[in-house]
Design a protein around this ligand. Structure first.
Ligand SMILES: C[S@@+](CC[C@H](N)C(=O)[O-])C[C@H]1O[C@@H](n2cnc3c(N)ncnc32)[C@H](O)[C@@H]1O
Ligand SMILES: Nc1nc2[nH]cc(C(=O)O)c2c(=O)[nH]1
Ligand code: SF4
Ligand SMILES: [Mg+2]
Length: 208
């Protein structure tokens, strides 16, 4: 099988980087986790903090066996698949092997492509730049909306009305606009207590 066919099948994937760190965001903030950052994204968020991930061709294509073997070198058993936009790929082969090896699987996604993979935790962060695929709403465990503009509160409520009951609702200040919006987010969460705040704590700790 050539590489292109293997990537289409999800048995090989472009990997920008993989690192063992502390989950900085969301419900599992503070938990040790091994991050696998897949290359490639077609969403194009103006404020994306990992724009170098967008071109999939830049990154080495590895077999899911190689990707999982590297993860096994660390003591933690929580793996976060991120990107780039990981749902550009069929994540069934990678997550099947991770589960077989005893990992707990999490994903960070914009939901812009059809859902795939076997995940224990799905972080859904919808974007105005490319509409989510309908398959994400039933499986999202947390809705994490980045606040970059005043209109993002309304955007957040629209998506909150589409996820399943029990899905955690989080507002996360866009890093460069945090000084502008953090107070507004605090007041919003105090008056709309079904929402919580997510901060990019790894950036405060200066870790990956
Ligand atoms: C780089 S994205 C990769 C995963 C996927 N493409 C997504 O957007 O969910 C990882 C997380 O970082 C968030 N993020 C990216 N840039 C950010 C920024 N400048 N400030 C705050 N959050 C940001 C995204 O919304 C997403 O929740
Ligand atoms: N520490 C840490 N936590 C994170 N949570 C989500 C991240 C991501 O880029 O997907 C991320 C990241 O890049 N680093
Ligand atoms: S969807 Fe995620 S990786 Fe893609 S541009 Fe937006 S924040 Fe960056
Ligand atoms: Mg990040």
């Amino acid at each position: 099988m050539d590489k292109k066919t293997a990537v289409a099948a999800g048995t090989m994937l472009p990997v920008m980087e993989a690192f063992y760190t502390i989950q900085g965001e969301g419900t599992f903030s503070g938990h040790p986790a091994y991050f696998i950052r897949l290359g490639g994204c077609d969403v194009g968020c103006v404020w994306c903090d990992v724009k170098e991930s967008w071109q999939s061709e830049k990154w080495p294509v590895l077999t899911v066996g190689e990707i999982v073997a590297a993860a096994k070198a660390y003591p933690g058993r929580k793996v976060v698949i991120t990107g780039g936009e990981p749902l550009m790929y069929d994540l069934d082969p990678l997550t099947a092997l991770l589960k077989l090896e005893g990992f707990v699987t999490h994903i960070e996604t914009s939901g812009a492509h059809p859902f795939s993979g076997d995940f224990d935790w799905v972080c859904f962060s919808p974007k105005k730049f490319k509409a989510p695929h309908p398959s994400i709403y039933a499986v999202a465990d947390e809705l994490k909306v980045v606040v970059f503009h005043k209109s993002d509160f309304e955007f957040a409520e629209k998506h909150a009305s589409m996820v399943v009951e029990g899905c955690k609702l989080l507002l996360q200040p866009e890093w460069s606009k945090a000084n502008v919006f953090t107070n507004e987010i605090i007041e919003y969460v105090k008056s709309h207590p079904n929402w919580n705040i997510s901060l990019q704590t790894h950036k405060f700790m200066d870790i990956p």
